[in-house]
Design a protein around this ligand. Structure first.
Ligand code: PGA
Length: 249
């Protein structure tokens, strides 16, 4: 059975006090669920979040990191720094990082290498823009994003990778990919992995969907055979919504 995952990407939201209160609500109300639950608070709240969740099964993960281990990179955070505050999983390749901070496939390949070197788990995000879908290039775009950042790894390294397909046109827009569109792409991703590596790898890897997942649509999206959970933005900021999504498998 593939691992089911619901991960909340808090983005640049929630200061320290808000982090504490959202975590308090989550820990008091999160029921037993088949899914592994993760939250990605902003850097300044990570250590506090880790302390509060030390004995809880919600995992605290990072939103980003640099590929160098240290040095003159003002404003950046390294893998070692994340690990030093209890964070062992990091989101890489989010479309907002690609679009607003110029992250390219080449940079992402280096970041993924660094995360691997530090034995971290990676939630790797990718997905097409609206023009790509309109012109019918979405499969090609997704394939090349995966190839450029991840296909230099041997099969054994993939145990540390979780994939998150996030069509850019569905992120924060309220417009969700239909469950059929998500399933179609997730199936394509598995086929691509089977061709490049093996059926075993393709069938074992968790592939999350992200982009305007809400309590009202999560159940249907997660019920698709190749969708193993979600990366949740806006709806992760309200305990009630995030919990409802985590329960919707
Ligand atoms: P959204 O964000 O749920 O607000 O669309 C998803 C994401 O960016 O991971």
């Amino acid at each position: 059975m593939r691992r089911k995952i619901v991960a909340g990407n808090w983005k640049m939201n929630m200061d320290l006090a808000q982090t504490e209160s959202l975590i308090d609500e989550l820990t008091r109300n999160m029921p037993e669920t088949v899914a592994d639950v993760m939250i990605a608070p902003t850097f300044t709240s990570l250590y506090r979040a880790f302390q509060l969740l030390r004995t809880h099964k919600i995992e605290v993960i990072g939103q980003n990191m640099h590929y160098e281990d240290n040095g003159a990179f003002t404003g950046e955070i390294s893998a070692g720094m994340l690990k030093s505050v209890g964070v062992n999983t990091v989101i890489l390749g989010h479309s907002e990082r690609r679009a607003y901070f110029g992250e390219t496939d080449e940079m992402l390949a280096k970041k993924v290498d660094t995360a691997m070197k530090h034995e971290m788990e990676i939630v790797f995000c990718f997905g097409e823009e609206l023009e790509d879908r309109k012109s019918g290039n979405h499969f090609q775009v997704v394939e090349s994003q995966l190839k450029n950042a991840l296909f230099h790894f041997p099969e054994s390294a993939w145990k540390n990778i979780i994939l998150a397909y996030e069509p850019v046109w569905a992120i924060g827009t309220g417009e969700t990919a239909s469950p059929e569109q998500a399933q179609e792409m997730h199936k394509f991703i598995r086929e691509t992995l089977a061709a490049a590596y093996s059926e075993e790898l393709a069938n074992g890897i968790s592939i999350l969907y992200g982009g305007s997942v809400k309590p009202g649509n999560a159940g249907e999206i997660f019920s698709k055979p190749d969708v193993d959970g979600g990366l949740i933005g806006g709806a992760a900021l309200k305990a009630e919504d995030f919990i409802a999504i985590a329960k919707s498998f």
